[in-house]
Design a protein around this ligand. Structure first.
Ligand code: HEM
Ligand SMILES: [Cu+2]
Length: 560
């Protein structure tokens, strides 16, 4: 029998969204592979070991590499994974097909935008880091490509709202199924959240094309962080969704409360956006009381994560006890640690505990002064996005690629090892970075290993630096194992559809939405969306109005 090619694999005929999901996800992992390549080099840098001279002439500087690392990992990979999960899960759950034409439009926009932005990035014409703060000025293609890439997510918003509407028409009066509910609130949150970046992009594109002479750095930063905080929830919520709707089942248990999980997503819809000044505590031109208001609102947005910690832990305990675990901690041992997906989530959530604690420190207005712009910050967010979000995606790939392709997972042992090593490496690295930032005020975004003066100035932290080198080696091995497993799985010729998960492993729930007042209340999604808009207007309106009416545009600079 001839080997079937991708396009005439039977499952794609009846479920073409499988092919879409596979392409989206694999493009995301390809971005992650290149972006991650720079990670260990950066860890070595913070260990005093400079390998960048070896990369020339391909990559010109530490900062070019760091821009690629931030853009490919934190912007490209995360968004593509969201566009995979938060479209595919509702489609499966509702038994509906997304509008396939538009689904492919979103894929081609993402790929096209990515390629357009990649050209100046790879040519060292856009080494402005993934925050691209003005007046640092990149080549126009960087801003245009990034804008097309981000706008691809608007197509995804439409795809999901459209499926939801179709389902509602066919099921009047029923409560939206859980994964779909999460996807709908998630995409609405993202729509509201992304507006800052969209407006900023208009300025930056006009500026980079020479249509306007300058832009106002404070306004650009404010628009950036309007989106820049909620974007982290845009990264995180696909992981949460998977943790709520698939993890309990994979672990052998049930989700303890469906209505509570809905409340979490409504709270994210409400509080993700009006908090961005916590990234601008050190900025001039924003009155302290506004910073204080955003501090308090930021503490609110920690609440849904605290609820999540409780709900997921309780669901895992149910699973552990169902598997025969006894006593106070016996249920933990009884969880299926040998399932690479479950393992990835368990370790990711473990890292999220210190990650969340650090986040509360960052958000606490004056405490922020101790850590702002030090390596404490990358220490913090590698626990969040570098560990939980990335491991949730890696773990999900272990069942999702087989599920989408009918190809069984290869090298399961390597998959397990990759997750332990990733977790261990991230734990060591983030530990070292936190302390180097806090104790020695070592700056983030600095090629210290290339500067004898810096190495002399920071020599007291050499013990921590050694940990960075160790973590870089561990993470390099982890990455090689992981990427081998998923690309070998996806590219093999063997297909054994009977051997892989035929269905998405949606969990059963203990406390159901039917008859729950809370579920009824959260079902009024448009009402909550309206409240979210009001909150944003209150928290941002006055400040933005003042900034728009007092602009001080400055010319661009290229310092690399
Ligand atoms: C092998 C794994 C990784 C290692 C060793 C690593 C290491 C590092 C280090 C040391 C920094 C600080 C660089 C500096 O401030 O100069 C950094 C920055 C960063 N990393 Fe990673 N990283 C890894 C994976 C990831 C992943 C998976 C993500 C996101 C999905 C990520 C997102 C970021 C971001 C957003 C920055 C900030 C870039 C900037 O400040 O402009 N990293 N990484
Ligand atoms: Cu934030």
């Amino acid at each position: 029998m001839a080997v079937k090619t991708l396009s005439n694999y039977d499952a794609y005929a009846s479920a073409p969204e499988k092919k879409y999901a596979l392409y989206m996800m694999m493009l995301g992992f390809a971005a992650l592979a290149l972006g991650t390549f720079f990670g260990p080099l950066q860890a070595f840098n913070y260990g005093g070991l400079d390998l960048y001279p070896l990369l020339k002439p391909v990559f010109q500087s530490y900062y070019q590499g760091l821009t690629l690392h931030g853009v490919l990992n934190a912007i490209i990979f995360t968004q593509l994974f969201a566009q995979t999960i938060m479209v595919y899960l509702p489609a499966r759950e509702l038994g509906l097909q997304p509008n396939m034409k538009l689904a492919w439009v979103s894929f081609w926009m993402a790929l096209g935008g990515l390629l357009i932005a990649a050209i100046p990035l790879l040519l060292n014409e856009a080494s402005v880091l993934y925050t691209f703060y003005a007046p640092l000025k990149a080549n126009w293609a960087f801003y245009v490509g990034a804008a097309i890439f981000v706008l691809s997510s608007y197509v995804s918003i439409y795809l999901v709202i459209d499926m939801w509407m179709r389902w509602r028409r066919a099921n009047p009066g029923k409560i939206t199924p859980l994964a779909t509910f999460m996807a709908v609130t998630f995409w609405l949150m993202w729509f509201l959240a992304s507006l800052g970046l969209v407006v900023e992009a208009l300025f930056l594109i006009a500026w980079s094309l020479g249509l306007v002479a300058g832009v106002d750095p404070l306004l650009m930063r404010t628009l950036f962080w309007y989106t820049g905080h909620p974007i982290v929830y845009f990264w995180l919520l696909p992981a949460y969704t998977l943790a709520y709707v698939t993890l309990p089942k994979l672990a052998g248990g049930k989700l303890v409360s469906d209505p509570l999980s809905r409340l979490v997503f409504i709270l994210f819809l409400l509080f993700s956006v009006p908090v961005g000044f916590h990234h601008q505590f050190a900025d001039p031109g924003i009155a302290p009381y506004w910073k204080m208001i955003h501090t308090v609102l930021t503490m609110f947005v920690a609440v849904p994560s605290l609820i999540t910690a409780f709900t997921i832990a309780a669901s895992l305990e149910v699973a552990g006890r169902a598997n025969g675990g006894k006593g106070l901690l016996g249920w933990i041992r009884a969880l299926p640690w040998n399932n690479p997906t479950v393992l990835a989530f368990l370790l990711g959530f473990l890292a999220f505990i210190p990650g969340g604690a650090g986040g509360m420190v960052n958000a606490s207005f004056n405490l922020n002064q101790n850590v702002h712009n030090t390596v404490w910050i990358p220490g913090h967010f590698h626990l969040q996005v570098g560990t939980l979000v990335t491991m949730a995606a890696m773990g999900t790939a272990f069942w999702l690629i087989p599920h989408l392709t009918g190809k069984p997972l290869v090298a399961r042992g390597m998959a397990l090892a990759s997750q332990w090593l990733w977790f261990l490496g991230m734990f060591i690295m983030t530990f070292a970075l936190h302390w180097m930032g806090f104790l020695y005020a070592i700056p983030r975004r600095a090629h210290i290993s290339g500067s004898p003066i810096a190495m002399e100035a920071y020599k007291e932290s050499s013990a921590w630096m050694v940990l960075n080198i160790v973590s870089g080696v561990i993470l390099l091995v982890a990455a090689i194992l992981f990427f081998y497993v998923i690309f070998a799985t996806a590219l093999q010729n063997r297909r054994e559809p009977g051997q892989v998960l035929a269905e998405v492993p949606f969990t059963a729930v203990m406390s159901k939405p039917e008859g729950s007042g809370l579920a009824q209340l959260t079902e009024r999604v448009w009402f909550w969306f309206g409240i979210a808009v009001v909150l944003v207007v209150l928290a941002y309106g006055p400040v933005l109005f003042q900034m728009f009416t007092n602009m001080n545009p400055v010319p661009g600079q290229r310092l690399w």
